[in-house]
Design a protein around this ligand. Structure first.
Ligand SMILES: [Zn+2]
Ligand SMILES: [Zn+2]
Length: 322
């Protein structure tokens, strides 16, 4: 088959996927992607090591081992929420778009672990997007968060990734981010539901940085953060719909007075998502959280946390998703 025909088929597969609002392709992430060390990398780089990034969270003592993170591919459930799993409303679609497994050298498919420090990220470059916007409006009963789905801090990679031969051979995501309005009308004081609710595809919440969050899986139901290539700032597009599958650690600031992370954004059930750190400032792991990836303490009430462990943001909805 001529090369252009193959490319056209790939594009069609991506478009079909984006049409159902699933995660777009390439996805993934590193929780701490901040772009350090990647500026100036050219599309013509000959080694994947040109695309590795420095992740400050990975150098902290006591947190997750970034060279050996548990692979989430087998941690999806559509029946029973459980700590460390994603309670998904849908199973994965094995024929959905995603990365080329044969070219992934940072995942140990036998040991079910992956190495965030040896995963490539699309660097920054000449691509620029319109300014990101976020507004949060509160009334006596509701909180409305509206975004244009572009990063308010302006940090975004050099999309489309097809300019980068080494990267596109691994992850054929053809997307280029563009503005898209999202507005979530949430309860100001959310309540827990009778039972945890499953998490669907597409946006599961919005960050104060103006970009929506998707859940932990790619279209195939695999660990998106492990498999798919995102930019050095933590996001990637599903066609034009930019999103994060984990929390870029530059967003985990400022902290509260006791060292606990601040609010990163709001989830569709109205509960807030905080960053990586608990009271005292120590990085949290799944062991500190419940099956929905949250906990309740002090004046903060119930809230979710980011972790470097799958499912990264939310395992299930504790409240009722809007
Ligand atoms: Zn994605
Ligand atoms: Zn907390």
């Amino acid at each position: 088959m001529p090369r252009h025909a193959t490319a056209a088929r790939t594009l069609l597969a991506w478009m079909a996927f984006a049409a159902v609002a699933a995660c777009g392709g390439g996805a993934a992430t590193s929780p701490a992607a901040d772009g350090t060390g990647t500026s100036g990398t050219t599309p013509a780089a000959t080694s994947l090591s040109a695309y590795y990034i420095t992740i400050p969270l990975c150098t902290e003592a006591g947190g997750a081992d970034c060279s050996k993170l548990r692979l989430g591919d087998t941690e999806l459930t559509t029946t029973t929420p459980a700590r460390g799993k994603l309670f998904s409303c849908v199973p994965g679609n094995p024929s959905g778009p995603g990365s080329n497994r044969a070219r992934i050298d940072w995942i140990d498919f036998t040991g079910n672990t992956w190495n965030l420090l040896r995963k490539p990220f699309l660097p920054g470059g000449s691509f620029t997007a319109p300014a990101g916007t976020t507004t949060v409006t509160e009334t006596a009963t509701t909180r409305v968060i509206a975004v244009n789905n572009l990063p308010k801090d302006g940090k975004i990679g050099d999309w489309p990734m097809t300019k980068y031969a080494l990267l596109t051979a691994i992850d054929g995501n053809p997307g280029t981010p563009a503005p898209r309005t999202y507005s979530f009308e949430l309860p100001l004081l959310p309540a827990a539901g009778l039972a945890p609710a499953c998490v669907g595809m597409g946006a599961i919440g919005a960050t104060l940085n103006g970009v929506v969050l998707y859940n932990a899986i790619d279209a195939r139901g695999n660990d998106a953060v492990a498999h798919e290539i995102v930019d050095a700032f933590g996001g990637h597009p599903a066609m034009t719909d930019y999103h994060y599958h984990f929390v870029p650690d530059r967003l985990d600031t400022p902290r509260l007075a006791d060292g606990h992370s601040g609010i990163i954004g709001y989830i569709r059930d109205g509960f807030p998502l905080y960053g990586y750190r608990g009271t005292g400032g120590a990085e949290l792991t799944n062991a500190d959280l419940d099956e929905c990836h949250g906990h309740s303490h002090g004046a903060l009430g119930y809230h979710y946390h980011a972790t470097l462990e799958y499912p990264y943001t939310v395992g299930c909805y504790r409240g009722t998703p809007r």
